[in-house]
Design a protein around this ligand. Structure first.
Ligand SMILES: Cc1cc2nc3c(=O)[nH]c(=O)nc-3n(C[C@H](O)[C@H](O)[C@H](O)COP(=O)(O)OP(=O)(O)OC[C@H]3O[C@@H](n4cnc5c(N)ncnc54)[C@H](O)[C@@H]3O)c2cc1C
Length: 466
């Protein structure tokens, strides 16, 4: 591929990469052997936040980031731009194992993480369109009302207050965003809207300013204790950080650590002020609704709606290919759902369609960890909630690697080990069947307006909770 083809391939990964100013031409590749203190695989948020925090804590560390494509090529350059306090992991299970206080402490750290991301953006001069407007979860059927209100009540039982999570009546919800058929919504202020690629590319520049070297187009082909191999050189290192999220199954001995599940997005053209006069949306809240098969949206800096959802197929053998980023059926479904929520979109154009793989562990429980005996560290399994969580992961890994005991290293997700996924064909059958059952459950709830608690419970058990 020549430079122009590469640039086009990278830009076509998302609206966010497509509209970035400047060039996406790759940084230098690793072309020789190297000795470092810490080698990080993957230049997404996880790898870069880890590099950033390590370099901040100990500026003498020699840190290299090895990236197969370019910084932000993965989910970090393509996501929905919810920098949220959502944490993938069953809080009940966490409390049973580690105690209620630590489970609550983790959630509070997630709340604080949103401010932390905003503060670093400000300090480093990263203009990532960060806007802390909170997030809304709309009820568009009676079943949603029951489930979302129960979720809010449940958060209060954990000790969180109306300031953290509250139910909004239909008119209160409408004042924020007038969504068609809204029966109310829950609101939490713990979320900021961002432009994902601006954050990841800005972060890459910030870590370079702190002396970290990023090697792009430098795929790691082999991981051994204290060394990594790329096709052009071997890196000897004290510590290896695996920060490969949805791409993890491509690494030898990690085929069943995570599965890559595709989330797909569409974006409208910039919408006229008349649209927002009708719909409101002054606070740029991110939004979702109560259906089981996730949807998510944001009002972008330039007044588009960027809207995504799950539902694309899982591919046999956890396979990942550029062409899986696009699925006509899923794009069409997203378009229909978006227009049903905002009929006044009328004949607005969709200008961008894209997608990418995120990583799901078998128990849907994110983790971060470091084994000093082998020098291996990792973070991920965020199940699509990695924008905020990866910052907490980076700060935690920096403490673990430098041997700094802190409140962060005591949190319940540290050194959590999820069990492996089933071998194929079980995995393919199970994951696609769960997706089908989820869609069916949504259709049933949409028709009857009634919550199917039995089916919910079964699905939760199959999916491992979340
Ligand atoms: C469409 C979509 C929407 C999403 N929306 C949201 C959202 O709104 N909010 C939210 O919190 N989360 C969201 N997510 C999830 C979120 O984007 C991810 O959790 C997060 O970006 C993960 O960051 P990461 O650095 O761990 O992984 P990635 O950003 O995927 O980075 C991994 C990097 O590793 C590189 N790599 C892989 N293998 C190798 C190798 N062998 N050698 C060298 N490099 C390698 C890849 O090229 C990639 O750049 C979404 C994800 C998708 C796909």
């Amino acid at each position: 591929m020549d430079d122009l083809e590469n640039e086009q391939r990278y830009r076509s990964r998302s609206l966010w990469l497509n509209t970035l100013p400047g060039s996406l031409s790759p940084r230098a590749s690793l072309d020789t052997n190297l000795d470092v203190d810490v080698a990080i695989i993957g230049a997404g948020y996880t790898g870069l936040w880890t590099a950033y925090e390590l370099a901040k804590q100990d500026p003498t560390l020699r840190i290299a980031v090895l990236e197969a494509e370019i910084a932000g090529f993965g989910a970090s350059g393509r996501n929905g731009g919810w920098c949220s306090a959502l944490f993938a992991g069953d809080r009940e299970a966490m409390a049973a194992e580690h105690g209620r206080d630590l489970a609550v402490a983790l959630q509070k750290e997630m709340f604080a993480t949103i401010d932390e991301v905003g503060a670093v953006c400000e300090f480093e001069g990263i203009d990532a369109d960060f806007y802390r407007g909170g997030t809304l979860n709309f009820a568009t059927s009676p079943a949603h009302v029951e489930r979302i209100r129960a979720d809010v009540d449940n958060e209060h039982l954990w000790g969180f207050t109306e300031k953290d999570f509250r139910w909004l009546s239909p008119s209160e919800a409408n004042e924020r965003i007038a969504i068609n058929g809204s029966l109310g919504a829950s609101f939490t202020p713990h979320c900021a809207r961002i432009q994902p690629a601006k954050l990841v590319r800005g972060l890459a520049e910030a870590v370079e300013r702190r002396g970290v070297t990023i090697y792009e187009r430098s795929r790691v082909t082999e991981i051994a204790p204290y060394s990594l191999r790329t096709c052009a050189g071997t890196v000897r290192t004290e510590v290896i950080v695996r920060a490969t999220e949805g791409y993890t199954p491509n690494l030898k001995s990690h085929h069943r650590t995570l599965i890559p599940v595709y989330s797909l997005m569409i974006a409208t053209e910039s919408l006229p002020s008349s649209f927002f006069d009708e719909v409101g949306w002054k606070e740029r809240e991110t939004f979702t609704d109560g259906r089981h098969l996730l949807i998510y949206g944001q009002r972008t800096f330039d007044d588009r709606i960027a809207f995504g959802g799950r539902g694309a197929p899982y591919h046999f053998g956890s396979s990942i290919k550029d062409e899986f980023d696009r699925d006509g059926k899923t794009f069409e479904e997203l378009r229909k759902v978006l227009w049903s929520l905002f009929p006044s979109l009328g004949d607005a154009r969709i200008t961008h369609q894209w997608g990418g793989p995120l990583g799901i562990p078998r128990d849907w429980y994110s983790s971060v960890g470091f084994d000093r005996a082998t020098g291996m560290a990792w973070a991920g399994g965020y199940v699509g909630d990695g924008v905020g969580t990866s910052n907490l992961a980076g700060r935690t890994l920096a403490h673990l690697i430098t041997g700094t005991n802190s409140d962060l290293t005591a949190l319940p997700w540290v050194n959590h080990h999820s069990r492996k996924w089933e071998p194929e064909p079980l995995r393919w059958v199970g994951v696609n069947a769960a997706k089908w059952a989820t869609q069916k459950l949504d259709r049933r709830e949409g028709k009857t307006g009634k919550r199917a608690k039995g089916a919910e419970r079964i699905l939760k058990r199959v999916l491992g909770g979340h």
